[in-house]
Structure formats: structure tokens, C-alpha cells
Design a protein around this ligand. Structure first.
Ligand code: AG3
Length: 286
């Protein structure tokens, strides 16, 4: 009788626990100049992209991350015109930002072309985000891009990998300061900031560095439930150059006007995402 050995993948969260699923097949494995990339076909999560062995997104729950990193800052921003995405090489963030059809420009700076190529080929549900003519994709280093830039943006979205390897420099004070310098008054930055359960030090590195660049009173975090990321609850750090807390800014006219068909983000979530459990509040106090 034929013998079908099974293939399982585990992302280790610590030395002693992790997240495991069975793999139907491996669609691609590739080493780019910057990182290892794997595309898996799974039973429970559809297609999955790994970078350096860590889950970047799954077909089943990527909508949570991409809606929350894009729509929350965009609906909080006052008449946004120009958006900059740093990272986001899979196209998921560009896909969501493109739904804001009134924008003048969407610039996406991704360092690794191999991620873009693979996403277009194997995970078009996000990769097609780059098919939109309004998305200007630049293959380059986001850290360099924000240095000495003269163009201004209303919203900057940092959709990066974890804070080591290629993305390390996207979590430091210098980077956030350069981002602040290219924001218009009232402008908003959002950065994926890991989680408060397994990786509170990384989360706080992002929050503290953003605080140094924007001021303690102009930085907050919000959370979203993402089943396939460590702890299942993901943190986004948000900084604003001036004006009201983004929790209290929500352009309902623009939201109603666009009539988006979304699966996670809604006006109630916009506010509620900023409500934090006590253990997270404690961590934020430092
Ligand atoms: N970027 C953030 C992924 C972080 C996940 N970390 C992990 N699995 N250890 C996601 C990219 C999606 N556009």
C-alpha cells in the first residue's frame, strides 16, 4: 500500500511552545538576498507565506491585519491625500489602501522584490493589491526612503516583519523621527508592533521609540484578533503629529460614502480596538 508521510509546520513562540498545523504541500521555497521565503498550502488556513520561518499571513485571516493596519489610520486622518506604505511586499496593505479611491497617491516601498513576485504568483488574494494602477511600487529600502524626503504624506503605514533581520531599522527612534518629518500636520503613522504576551519587549521598543519621536501623549496602541499570529492578539502602534487622539477621530461621512465591504473593521471597532486589558496597560506604564 502507498505510504503518505505527513508534513507539519510549527512556528515556535518560545523554546517550549508554538503554533502547529498540517501542510498539504509546499508551493515554493526560495532564498532571496535578504531572507528565506516559503509558500505553503494548508488544510486550515489556505495559503500561507513564511519569511525566515515565521508566519507573515494566511489566506484565512490576513483580512484582519490588513484592514486594521489600513482603514483605522485612514478613517482617522483628516482629508488624507497621500499615503506611504513601508514594507507590505505581499500587497495586502496596498489592496486595502486602494479602496480609498479619493486618494491622490499611494506609494509602497518594499525592500524585497522576491516577496512581491511570490505574492503575485502564489497568493494573488493579496498580491493583486499591486495590480491597481494607483499603487506606485518602489523596490528599495524604506529606511533610506524616509531620510531627507521632501514630499509629505498624511498617513504612513509600516507593514514590516518582526524587529530583527531586514526590518530591525524600522523600529528605532531615527526611523520614526524621519517618518514624523514627512508627515503633514495631523498626519498619522501606524506600525505593526508585535504582541503584549510573548513579545512585550519588542512591543515596548516600538512604543518607546515612537514616543521619543512623537511625544508621549501622541502615541497609543490598538489591538486586533489575529488567530495565526503569536498570542492571537496583535498590536499596532499609532503616532500622530498633532490634533486629537485617532480613537476619537472617525470620518463617518467618508466611511458611509465609500460603502466598503469589510470583514473586520467597522466604526465600533475603530474605538474599541484602543480598549486595553489591564495587563497590557501595566506593560505600557513601563
Ligand atoms: N507583517 C507582520 C507579521 C509579523 C508576524 N510575526 C510572526 N509570525 N512571528 C505581516 C505582513 C503582512 N502584510
Amino acid at each position: 500500500m502507498a505510504y503518505f508521510p505527513e508534513l507539519w509546520f510549527t512556528e515556535k513562540y518560545t523554546g517550549t511552545c508554538g503554533f502547529t498545523f498540517k501542510v498539504k504541500r509546499v508551493l515554493n521555497t526560495q532564498q532571496s538576498p535578504l531572507q528565506r521565503l516559503d509558500i505553503l498550502e494548508t488544510y486550515d488556513f489556505g495559503r500561507v507565506m513564511l519569511l525566515d520561518g515565521l508566519i507573515m499571513f494566511t489566506e484565512r485571516d490576513e483580512f484582519v491585519y490588513h484592514e486594521m493596519i489600513a482603514h483605522l489610520p485612514l478613517f482617522a486622518a483628516h482629508e488624507p491625500k497621500d499615503v506611504l506604505i513601508i514594507g507590505g511586499g505581499d500587497g495586502g496593505t496596498a489592496r486595502e489602501v486602494s479602496k480609498h479611491t479619493y486618494l491622490n497617491s499611494i506609494t509602497n516601498v518594499e525592500i524585497d522584490e522576491v516577496v512581491v513576485e511570490n505574492s503575485k504568483k502564489y497568493t494573488p488574494f493579496v498580491g493583486s493589491g499591486f495590480d491597481n494602477d494607483r499603487v506606485n511600487l518602489i523596490i528599495g529600502d524604506g529606511i533610506e526612503f524616509v531620510k531627507n524626503k521632501s514630499e509629505l504624506y498624511d498617513v504612513v503605514i509600516v507593514d514590516s516583519t518582526d524587529p530583527f533581520g531586514p526590518a530591525e531599522g524600522l523600529f528605532n527612534v531615527e526611523f520614526y523621527t524621519n517618518v514624523r518629518n514627512i508627515l503633514r500636520e495631523g498626519g498619522i503613522v501606524v506600525a505593526q508592533a508585535e504582541n503584549a504576551y510573548y513579545d512585550k519587549r519588542w512591543m515596548m521598543r516600538s512604543v518607546n521609540n515612537m514616543r521619543k519621536a512623537f511625544g508621549v501623549d501622541n502615541v497609543a496602541i490598538y489591538q486586533a484578533a489575529i488567530p495565526t499570529y503569536p498570542s492571537g492578539t496583535w498590536v499596532f502602534a499609532i503616532g500622530w503629529k498633532s490634533g486629537e487622539h485617532p480613537r476619537d477621530r472617525f470620518d463617518s461621512d467618508r466611511f458611509e460614502g465609500l460603502g466598503l465591504d469589510l470583514k473586520y473593521y467597522n466604526p465600533e471597532i475603530h474605538r474599541a480596538a484602543f480598549v486595553l486589558p489591564n495587563y497590557v496597560k501595566e506593560i505600557l506604564k513601563g
